[in-house]
Write a protein that binds this ligand. Structure first.
Ligand SMILES: [Fe+2]
Length: 223
C-alpha cells in the first residue's frame, strides 16, 4: 500500500468536491462529515490495491478527465489508482440484485475512499468514492433511500429523473439524487467516470423502476 498516493488522491477528491459545491443541502452534509475526519496519511487503513477488471477502460477514463479544472485530481489518479481497491458490482453492492441492465453489470467498477470496510477511511453510514461505467451503457431507472451526489469527471453523460426528458451533464456539473427520486444514466462514447457520495442510509436497497424504452435506448447506444 502506498499511503502518500492514497492521501494525495483523497485530498484532491475533496478539493474537487468543494469546487463543484452547490447550495444543495447534501453538500453541507458531505463536507461537514468530511470535516470530522482525520485525513492524515498515518490514519489511512491498510488496504490492498486491486484492479480486478476493466484496467484499460479505467486508465482511458482517467486520461479523459479534463485538465481544467481537474488536473490535480487526474494526476493523482494516474499516479496512484492501482493503490485503491476497485470492485466490480456483480453481487449487488449498490443494486442489491436488482436488474439495472446488462451494460451496467458488465461494465461497472468503483473504489471507495470512505466507507464501511476495506477502504482508506472508515465510516459506518457514509460513502465517498469513484465510479466507472463503460461507454454505450444504460444504467436503468432506479431509486434508493440514500441521498446521492455525482460529480462527473468525464462526459457528457445523459440523465433523466422520474422518467422525464433526458438532459446531458458535463464534467464538474453536480447531479443530486434526492432520496426516492428515480434516476437513470446513459453513457455515450466517453466512459463515465465520477466522484460520488452517499451521505446516509448506505445499506438501503436499490429499486428498479420499469420503463418501456430501455431496450430501444440500449439498442440506440450500441449503434
Ligand atoms: Fe443512484
Amino acid at each position: 500500500m502506498n499511503r502518500s498516493s492514497i492521501q494525495r488522491i483523497f485530498l484532491e477528491a475533496k478539493a474537487s468536491l468543494e469546487l463543484a459545491r452547490t447550495d444543495a443541502p447534501i453538500f453541507l452534509d458531505v463536507l461537514n462529515f468530511m470535516k470530522t475526519q482525520n485525513f492524515s496519511a498515518e490514519n489511512i487503513s491498510e488496504i490492498h490495491g486491486r484492479v480486478p477488471a476493466h484496467k484499460e477502460l479505467l486508465r482511458s477514463a482517467i486520461s479523459k478527465v479534463p485538465d481544467n479544472p481537474f488536473l490535480n485530481l487526474k494526476s493523482a489518479l494516474l499516479a496512484g489508482y492501482e493503490h485503491l481497491h476497485w470492485r466490480v458490482d456483480d453481487s449487488g453492492f449498490y443494486a442489491k440484485g436488482a436488474d439495472v441492465g446488462h451494460g451496467y453489470r458488465s461494465g461497472n467498477m468503483h473504489a471507495l475512499l470512505i466507507g464501511p470496510e476495506d477502504c482508506p477511511f472508515q465510516a459506518d453510514d457514509f460513502l465517498l468514492g469513484f465510479f466507472l461505467l463503460a461507454p454505450n451503457t444504460l444504467y436503468r431507472d432506479h431509486n434508493h433511500l440514500a441521498p446521492e451526489i455525482y460529480i462527473p469527471l468525464t462526459g457528457p453523460s445523459g440523465w433523466r429523473f422520474e422518467q422525464g426528458a433526458w438532459e446531458d451533464h458535463f464534467p464538474g456539473e453536480m447531479i443530486y439524487n434526492a432520496p426516492g427520486v428515480v434516476h437513470a444514466t446513459r453513457v455515450y462514447e466517453t466512459p463515465f467516470f465520477a466522484l460520488f457520495a452517499w451521505s446516509q442510509d448506505v445499506e438501503s436497497a436499490c429499486n428498479v423502476v420499469f420503463a418501456d424504452d430501455w431496450e430501444s435506448i440500449e439498442t440506440e447506444l450500441l449503434r
